[in-house]
Design a protein around this ligand. Sequence first.
Ligand SMILES: [Zn+2]
Length: 147
Amino acid sequence: MNAVLVVNADLGPLHRVTVQHAIRMLCRRVAEIHEAEPDRVIGVFPVPRVVRLVRYVVTRWRFSAGPAWSRAGVLRRDGRCCAYCGGPASTIDHILPRSRGGRNTWRNTTAACYECNQRKGDRTPAEAGMPLRREPVTPTWAALAGR
Ligand SMILES: [Zn+2]
């Protein structure tokens, strides 16, 4: 299980590693503990939750590519809040419907409640007269890394 979040020297989240991997990074002094489990140690180290790289690593790729799309990620990005009515959302709506070629991308999907999703059906928000309350965007790693 990759339990430890690695953050850049500027605290931008990068990826997750195993506790063992994180400890090796600490031993090699490429990273420092940023946040630890209270009252738990492995050898001389507290059990890390978050380790911070000592040196800043340039990661242009993460700004261009961003995290991979997932349904859970869309719900998390949108705070489980329906893009049409603002109510609690449990479904994913394709802004351009899948039946019309809409794809599973961050910008074409949004959290929606079941009722709005049904009401919108195979229409675009404009056709359905259901304006989006927010523009769907590609989330940052930080937005998805929250616990
Ligand atoms: Zn709704």
